[in-house]
Ligand binder design. Structure first.
Ligand code: ZN
Length: 56
């Protein structure tokens, strides 16, 4: 199981099976691209669960 987060302000999209890594990516994007501070809870509220491709 992985999580996917799509930025609401641009076409940015990130996917990871690591909660903390995904949150960090989203925070870096929001800050770097939009000058926004995003709380971890905001990321959790906005991401969706996705199936990872078969790449074991
Ligand atoms: Zn964005």
């Amino acid at each position: 199981m992985a999580y996917q987060y799509e930025c609401s302000d641009c076409a940015f999209m990130v996917r990871s099976d690591d909660d903390d890594e995904l949150i960090e990516h989203v925070q870096q994007h929001a800050d770097g691209a939009h000058g926004m501070q995003v709380a971890p809870d905001d990321v959790r509220a906005g991401w969706e669960s996705v199936e990872m491709g078969a790449q074991d």
